[in-house]
Write a protein that binds this ligand. Sequence first.
Ligand SMILES: Cc1ncc(COP(=O)(O)O)c(C=O)c1O
Length: 411
Amino acid sequence: MTKWRFDTNAVHSGHTGFHPDSMSVPIYQSVAYPFEDAAEAAEIFAATKPGYTYGRWDNPTVEVFEKRLAALEGAEAAIATSSGMAAIFLLAHHLAEAGDEIVSSNRVYGGTFCLFETGLKRMGVKVNWVTNPESIEAWQAAITPRTRFLFVESPSNPGLFIADLRKLSQLAKSLRLPLVVDNTICTPALQRPIELGADMVVHSTTKYICGNASSLGGIIAGSKELVDGIRKGPMRYIGPSMSPFNAWLNLSGLEDLSLRMERHCQSALTLANYLHDHPLVESVNYPGLRDNHYYDLARSQMKGCSSLMSFVVKGTFQDAVAVINALELWVLATHLGTCKTIVTHPASTTHSGMGEEELRKAGIPPTMIRVSVGLEDPADIIADIQQALAKVESNLTSRRERKLVEPVAQS
Ligand SMILES: Cc1ncc(COP(=O)(O)O)c(C=O)c1O
């Protein structure tokens, strides 16, 4: 643990011991680290002498990123991975084995849903989905003697469900089960789950932490025992490690993370208010809106609501798609958390692996549009959706008028 505050850690933590020293963290683009002699090699492998062994589980550049993320999350240690999915897989693989069960909120990213539902099942691990994750009783009911951990994504992608992390960690502690929180959407700049009682945090650092859509990455933060266990175990025999260059790109992202998150939050609230009052918009999911169901809970555990939101268009799937196709500035892509505003249609892309019934249960209708608000001028962000909605609105109006006229014309 360092003595510094968040923004100082984001710039300095972990950057020590390089010779010669440097302003920017050096990229150690090397797989192995030659030893003085066989005795030193054995000592470093046995961890009786400090040093690096092999790039799949240790690298000086990646280590700076791991130490910095641990400091920012208030965790004892962290281990970086090649992607967010790799982090969730490694953690699940480390904590559960064939015959075991896990309990997870069903409001999760589509890839996580498929990993738990299909991937873990193939390894003999069963997932008990909590389809009403607001209810602590529902979590309790899903737990059995075979449960090995509880998993929650908060805020969730794309529905912006917010879990009561304090209450959920109390439940986990009372049953001596670890609570894992996917903190991708908030980042530690806005939410620190370990301070709220969680045991472990995972991230897709690909998103806000990297911030410019240039590199995949993931992290698991938690106790030293957990991180050492993963590093000596599945990281060695599975090997989804973060590359030194990606660690360097992610480190650059951390340096201005809290400044970016502040701007993301401000612009997102401006857009959410605009959408909220638009006649073509049925509903907006953004916990920063005063009338949002999670407004008070979000304020009690988050410093800001980040910039992911979803809204439901009045009309049909075709109308939602027409809005997306009419956008000129917003980038249509399956990504979030970057400087560019990104629009996504979850039901047909990121969450398409869930199937119709599971999408319905998770509250993801075909008319839902997801937006990750970027760092452009907020006036340009609004102007783009304004013109897109106007185009679709005029089509809808003429369709309605035709319907009113047609029966008269036929009679
Ligand atoms: C909340 C969340 N967790 C995990 C992931 C997976 O991350 P990655 O794409 O880095 O594997 C994503 C991807 O969108 C996500 O949104």
